[in-house]
Design a protein around this ligand. Structure first.
Ligand code: ARG
Length: 460
C-alpha cells in the first residue's frame, strides 16, 4: 500500500482524490530554492545552539545543496505524494543523507517554514518589480525628453480642456510609478521580518536563536509574537495592493494608448512589432498589448480581493486556508512583471507620436478659451466677468464656424476694449502651454525641471 505521510497515529494513506485535493506541490515548487535556503539557515542555527552537532549541520547543508543542484538541473521533480515542497525536500534529504536528515525539522513547523519561504520569495520579487518599474520609467523619460515642445490636447471629462506638453502628460505616469516604487520599498520593510522559530504556533521548547537564523537569511527583524508570526499575511495583502495600483496605472496608460491609436484620435502609430492584425479584416492594426494589460488588471485585483477574503474569518493561528495564498501571489507577481515589460517594449519601440497631427489637433479647438479669460483678468477685468464674456464669444464663434484665432481685432475690441493685437500671440497653442509655468504645471520650463528631477530619481 501507499506510504503514509503522518505519524503512527495514522493507519492508512489518504484517499487518492483527497491527496490531490490537499496537495500544494503543484504550485509551491516555485518556493523550492527559498525553502532550501531557509532550511540551511535553520540547520546552522540548530548547530550554533548545540541542538545538533556541527557535523550533523554540515551533512544537512550539503544534502540540501545537492537537492538545489538536482532541481536546477531538472532532476528533482517531486510528485503529488510529497504533498508540498517542504515535505518533498525533507523526504529527498533523508534519502541523500540518511537518518540525520530526520533531525532537520527539530524546533520547526511547516507553519513557520512556509511563512519564511513566502517572505524570502516576495522580498526578492519586490526588488525585481522595482527594477521593471525603473525600466518603464526610463522609457517614459526618453519620450518625454523628445517631446517637451510637442503639444497634445489635454482633456477633462474626455472633452478638450487645455493643451499640454506631451512630456508633461507622460511624466504624470512617471510620478504614478514613482509612488509605486516607493510603496514597494515600504512593503519590503514589513515583508522582510522572520517568522522562523515561531514553531507551529507557540514557539518551541528548544533553546533556539531566532535572531541568528534571521540574520543568516538577511531579515531585518523577527516577529515578536509566535501566533502572529505564523498566521500573518498582512505583508502579502500589502504587496497585492501595491501590485493592484501598478496595474491601475498601467491600465490607465493602456486605455489612453488604445484611444490614441484609434482613427478618431490618430495621435500615435503602432509599429508592426507591437501590433496585431485581424483574421478577416485586412485593414486592421490592433493595439493588443495595451488591451491585454488593461484586461490582466482584473486578475491582479482579484488576487487582492481573494486574499482579503481568505484572511477575514481565520481564527488564530495557522489554518490550511493559508495554503490558498500562494497561487494568487505568484500570479500577481508574474502578471505585473509581464505587463511592465510589455508596456516598456511598447514605449521603447512600438509607438510613434504623430506630431503633425498633434499640432493640428491643438490648433483646431477652443482649448485656448481659458487663456482669453486669463488675458482679460491680467488687464484687471474680474475673472468671472471675463469668463462669462469669453463663453459668449465661444458660442457665437461656434455658430459662425470660426475659431478664436479667426476673430478680427475689431471683433475682439467690440467685445472688450482691453483687447490689443497681442491677443493672437496670447492664444497661440505654444504660448498657451508655455505660459502655464506655475510649479508642477505644463509650461516648458516646468517640464524641463520635472525631467531633470525624474532623471535623478532613476539613479536611486
Ligand atoms: N503547504 C502548506 C501551506 O502552503 C504548508 C504548511 C502546512 N502546515 C500544516 N500544518 N498543514 O500552507
Amino acid at each position: 500500500s501507499k506510504q503514509k505521510t503522518w505519524s503512527d497515529r495514522f493507519e492508512s494513506a489518504l484517499n487518492p482524490a483527497i491527496a490531490i485535493f490537499n496537495a500544494s506541490i503543484g504550485f509551491d515548487i516555485e518556493l523550492i530554492e527559498y525553502d532550501i535556503t531557509g532550511s540551511i539557515a535553520h540547520a546552522k542555527m540548530l548547530a550554533k545552539t548545540k541542538i545538533i552537532s556541527d557535523a550533523e549541520a554540515q551533512q544537512l547543508e550539503s544534502g540540501l545543496s545537492q537537492i538545489r543542484t538536482e532541481y536546477q538541473q531538472g532532476n528533482f521533480n517531486p510528485g503529488i505524494e510529497a504533498e508540498d515542497v517542504h515535505f518533498a525536500v525533507e523526504k529527498r534529504l533523508i534519502e541523500i543523507v540518511g537518518d540525520v536528515g530526520k533531525k532537520l525539522h527539530t524546533a520547526r513547523s511547516r507553519n513557520d517554514q512556509v511563512g519564511t519561504d513566502i517572505r524570502l520569495y516576495l522580498r526578492a520579487e519586490i526588488r525585481e518589480i522595482q527594477q521593471y518599474l525603473r525600466k518603464f520609467q526610463s522609457a517614459l523619460l526618453t519620450h518625454s525628453e523628445q517631446h517637451v515642445e510637442t503639444l497634445i490636447p489635454g482633456y477633462t471629462h474626455l472633452q478638450r480642456a487645455q493643451p499640454l506638453s506631451l512630456a508633461h502628460h507622460l511624466l504624470a505616469y512617471f510620478q504614478m510609478t514613482q509612488r509605486d516604487w516607493e510603496r514597494l520599498e515600504d512593503v519590503y520593510k514589513r515583508t522582510n521580518i522572520s517568522p522562523l522559530g515561531c514553531g507551529a504556533l507557540a514557539g518551541t521548547t528548544f533553546p533556539i536563536d531566532r535572531a541568528y537564523s534571521a540574520e543568516l537569511l538577511g531579515f531585518d527583524n523577527i516577529y515578536q509574537n509566535s501566533l502572529d508570526g505564523v498566521s500573518d499575511r498582512d505583508f502579502a495583502i500589502e504587496f497585492l495592493c501595491a501590485a493592484s495600483l501598478i496595474m491601475v496605472h498601467l491600465s490607465r496608460l493602456s486605455e489612453e494608448m488604445i484611444l490614441w491609436a484609434s482613427q478618431e484620435f490618430s495621435f500615435i502609430t503602432l509599429k508592426d512589432t507591437c501590433a496585431t492584425g485581424s483574421s478577416i479584416m485586412p485593414q486592421k492594426k490592433n493595439p493588443d498589448i495595451p488591451e491585454l494589460v488593461r484586461g490582466k488588471t482584473g486578475r491582479v485585483f482579484g488576487h487582492l480581493q481573494g486574499l482579503l477574503v481568505i484572511m477575514k474569518g481565520l481564527p488564530l493561528a495557522y489554518n490550511k486556508d493559508l495554503q490558498e495564498d500562494k497561487e494568487g501571489i505568484f500570479d500577481a507577481v508574474k502578471t505585473v512583471k509581464a505587463c511592465l515589460e510589455a508596456m516598456t517594449i511598447l514605449l521603447n519601440e512600438g509607438i510613434e507620436f504623430k506630431t503633425a497631427r498633434l499640432s493640428q489637433a491643438v490648433a483646431e479647438d477652443f482649448s485656448n478659451a481659458t487663456d482669453v479669460a486669463d488675458y482679460l483678468a491680467g488687464k484687471d477685468v474680474p475673472f468671472r466677468e471675463a469668463y462669462n464674456l469669453v463663453g459668449k464669444v465661444v458660442k457665437t464663434s461656434l455658430a459662425a464656424g470660426k475659431l478664436l484665432k479667426d476673430l478680427t481685432l475689431e471683433e475682439w475690441q467690440q467685445l472688450h476694449p482691453a483687447f490689443e493685437a497681442d491677443i493672437y500671440e496670447a492664444i497661440a497653442p505654444k504660448q498657451v502651454v508655455s505660459a502655464r509655468n506655475s510649479y508642477g504645471g505644463t509650461g516648458f520650463d516646468q517640464v524641463r525641471q520635472a525631467i531633470s528631477q525624474a532623471k535623478s530619481l532613476l539613479n536611486t
